[in-house]
Design a protein around this ligand. Structure first.
Ligand SMILES: *Cc1c(COP(=O)(O)O)cnc(C)c1O
Length: 326
């Protein structure tokens, strides 16, 4: 299954007009009616979430850390001045889509990917200087397979110390504009270096890639940048930290310099985390035109161990000691 192209027939939808949100309804996901003057289309009032529901061992669907995703979406909406409903309404909309799709959730490691989307819909091309007075929230669903099923070879990642992924202060928002703004760097990295992703390290500060958080790890330690407003606070990032701590790794949330990273990967591992990628090993860092291997270029044992531990909780193969599935 191509990630993201197969959509469930129905989505949950609610509209904000005259200061209130409509009662959410399950409607066809085939199309939307929108004014060509809609605020989102001109002034970028749009944000989204990405989370997964798994087929539980008993056949019933289980959503992974839905509370965290909804709270993060509220934060994105606040930063972009888009109206946002009650947390409880958004969670109920997500659950209604999952229930509607229960029969099409693939077996783990496949899952039902959920895409809550919020857009400003006020029809007013003169509204650059004020927030959209109308909005729409909808939740799409898409059955997905294993995103990076690609064997034991680590990913090729281009390291840039010159480019930024997002405007400072907006990296923490899952805002559509951030992806458009980073895209040209990703395309260049792919075309010129055969890289799968770009690791953004403005002024030597290792932040994250276009859609994943970044970690260094070895047999004892897990190192990642502490949360700030410059990058996305990944739910997978938090889950990997929590799991690694419970498995006895020392957690170091601190800044990482490009220099330290290049030194670390001579013997240590590097990995990316995200809902789609789960926890994926990095095999090569491309830095100033040269390939730097991460150990032997293969996915490392600690990366595999943590990925498996998380996947086992998600699939129901292991217990859920942190109460992440609901
Ligand atoms: C979504 C996203 C992540 C990962 O977040 P998860 O909650 O783990 O899926 C990391 N970085 C960026 C830029 C993202 O958009």
């Amino acid at each position: 299954m191509a990630f993201g192209k197969t959509l469930a027939d129905r989505m949950a939808l609610s509209r904000y007009e005259n200061g209130t949100w409509s009662t959410p309804a399950l409607v066809s996901a085939a199309s939307l009616t929108l004014s060509p003057a809609a605020h989102a289309l001109h002034y970028g009032s749009t944000c989204f979430e990405g989370l997964k529901a798994y087929r539980g061992r008993d056949g019933s669907p289980k959503i992974f850390r839905v509370d965290r995703h909804v709270r993060r979406m509220r934060n994105s909406a606040e930063l972009l001045c888009i109206p946002f409903p009650d947390i409880a309404q958004v969670e109920a909309m997500i659950r209604s889509v999952v229930a509607d799709c229960a029969a099409i959730i693939p077996e783990a490691p496949g899952a039902l990917y959920l895409r809550p989307t919020l857009i400003g819909t006020e029809a007013n091309i003169g509204a650059a200087g004020h927030p959209s007075s109308e909005a729409m929230l909808y939740v799409l669903a898409s059955p997905v397979g294993d995103y990076f099923a690609g064997g034991d070879q680590g990913l090729r990642i281009l390291v840039t110390e010159h480019d930024m992924r997002a405007v400072p202060g907006f990296g923490e928002a899952k805002a559509g504009g951030n992806y458009a703004a980073a895209l040209r760097h990703v395309i260049k990295a792919r075309n010129e270096h055969g890289a799968a992703q770009v690791l953004f390290c403005p002024n030597g500060d290792v932040q994250e890639t276009g859609a994943s958080n970044f970690f260094l790890l070895d047999d004892q330690r897990l190192v990642t940048k502490p949360l700030d407003h410059s990058f996305l606070p990944g739910v997978t990032r938090d889950s990997i930290i929590t799991l690694a701590r419970s498995l006895g790794y020392a957690i170091e949330e601190r800044s990482i310099s490009v220099r330290e990273m290049l030194d670390w990967v001579k013997t240590g591992e590097a990995a990316l985390s995200g809902t789609a990628a789960v926890f994926t090993g990095v095999g090569t860092l491309i830095h100033e035109g040269k390939d730097v291997l991460v150990r032997d270029g293969k996915v490392g044992p600690n990366t595999r161990r943590l990925k498996q531990a998380l996947a086992d909780i998600q699939s129901g193969a292991a217990a859920d000691p942190f109460g992440w599935l609901s």
